[in-house]
Design a protein around this ligand. Structure first.
Ligand SMILES: *Cc1c(COP(=O)(O)O)cnc(C)c1O
Length: 432
């Protein structure tokens, strides 16, 4: 029932995270409240750093995909775990740098970079661009030339793999809006053009096949495609890629019905596959980059709401209403994403109240979960949604003028505020 190793129940019958009483945390900091367990984030990071060191070619390293959860105070944690990071916008670059992150360890993604964006990234000393398309390649070469630098780049290529996940988070197919396709022959031209340009330095390839992937086969197929392509480019243009960036996408368990994966054994399998492939083609083993986002932060976070009560429509269904919703967690509205919920105030009660949990917005899509069982709540109980560390705060909005909640970080039995709650004044601060 508790799903993750960092959760527990204390003698008051309250849910705990990292040993701390969530009901007391909500009392102290207010609600809704995002809670992140720093110790769990670090454990998740170490799973990657250890396995990558052990099983992948020398120099291989993880990048944290900041889009999953991006705020200033997270970057020192990620950096101290030896991670590099990927960013997808000047706003993420600004946030990472403001958090003290070394810009040389930033990898800059994005399919629609403007000249201004490119200049901003160069000015801030971003280490590597992941170039998505021809227009960007030409613009980057021109702007890097003006700045008097030679910019390290990876080319984003599309390997045509469908990892059997939901349509909206599936990016590796040939008709993807991201990258340049191998199968159409265009990726080869992309490589040869990069080699002609004087102000970019091509290091290798990037490919990201999707998110919430539970099987290893799609990653093996991806490695095969990248290696075939790299061998072809070596023969055709004499370019030997030093880096393969395999993107992110390792799946995370949100409910008991989801499978679990072992990141360590996945990385071991990928490593063996690369070694064999490289031997077969006598291709030098490339440095492997992985870009986990969700699997670093999702299970380290939860959201605490206060319920405003229940509404029973006799003969139909029961609603539980909470003081947040799609403004702080839009994933149910976007993808019908399932979460595990529990009444943090009554962990010893039976979880037998069949209900649908809805938020405070004037929108029938404002739901957090449908048809679930909770311990029957009373107005004022704290309802916890587990596994909300990824793609919740980073996708939050001010719809219906609901302020974004505060976030706290817990570690070693202590808590600290890392993002204060937005005020009404914050919401009108840009309005003239
Ligand atoms: C979204 C994304 C990631 C992170 O994916 P997760 O599923 O959160 O691990 C990594 N790289 C790229 C290019 C992405 O778009």
């Amino acid at each position: 029932m508790l799903l993750y190793e960092n959760l527990g129940i204390n003698e008051s019958g309250h849910l705990t995270i990292g040993g701390m009483d969530t009901v007391l945390l909500a009392e102290e900091y207010g609600n809704p409240l995002y809670v992140m367990d720093e110790d769990q984030i670090r454990r998740n990071c170490r799973t990657y750093t250890r396995a990558m060191q052990k099983y992948l070619p020398e120099g291989s390293r993880p990048l944290y995909a900041g889009k999953a959860l991006c705020f200033k105070g997270l970057y020192p944690v990620i950096q101290s775990e030896g991670f590099s990071a990927d960013v997808v916008s000047p706003g993420e670059i600004f946030t990472a740098v403001a958090g003290g992150f070394d810009p040389a360890r930033l990898y800059y993604h994005g399919t629609a970079k403007t000249d201004w964006d490119i200049r901003y990234a160069i000015k801030n000393g971003v280490g590597c661009f992941i170039v998505d398309n021809y227009n960007e390649l030409e613009a980057l070469d021109r702007i890097a030339g003006e700045a008097g630098i030679c910019q390290d780049i990876l080319l984003r290529i599309t390997v045509g793999i469908d990892p059997h996940t939901q349509e909206k988070i599936n990016t590796g197919r040939i008709d993807s809006q991201f990258g340049i396709a191998v199968d159409t022959g265009q990726a080869a031209d992309f490589v040869s053009r990069s080699m002609e340009l004087l102000n970019v330095n091509l290091l290798g390839y990037h490919s990201h096949i999707g998110s919430q992937i539970f099987e290893t086969q799609p990653f093996m197929d991806q490695v095969d495609k990248l290696l075939d392509f790299a061998v072809e480019m070596r023969e055709k243009y004499g370019f030997t890629a030093e880096i393969f960036n395999l993107g992110g996408g390792f799946g995370v368990q949100y409910t008991e019905n989801d499978p679990t994966i072992s990141i360590e054994s996945n990385i071991r399998e990928i490593g063996e596959h690369i070694r064999c492939g490289c031997e077969e083609y006598s291709f030098p083993e490339p440095v492997i980059l992985l870009e986990p986002g969700r699997s670093i932060v999702a299970n380290a976070g939860l959201t605490l709401y206060k319920t405003t009560g229940i509404k029973e429509i006799n003969g139909y269904l029961n609603y539980v209403t909470v003081d947040g919703g799609m403004t702080d967690n839009i994933r149910f509205a976007l993808y019908k994403a399932d979460y595990t919920m529990t009444n943090a105030s009554r962990m010893h009660d039976e979880q037998n109240y069949f209900c649908t949990v809805v938020g405070r917005c004037c929108e029938s899509g404002d739901r957090i979960a449908e048809d679930i069982y909770l311990q029957k709540p009373e107005r004022g109980d704290i309802i916890a949604v587990l596994g909300t560390g990824a793609y919740n705060y980073s996708m939050a909005s001010n719809y219906n003028r609901v302020p974004k909640p505060a976030m706290i970080m817990v570690s070693g039995g202590r808590s600290r505020l890392v993002i204060r709650a937005q005020t009404f004044e914050d919401m009108i601060a840009c309005e003239l």
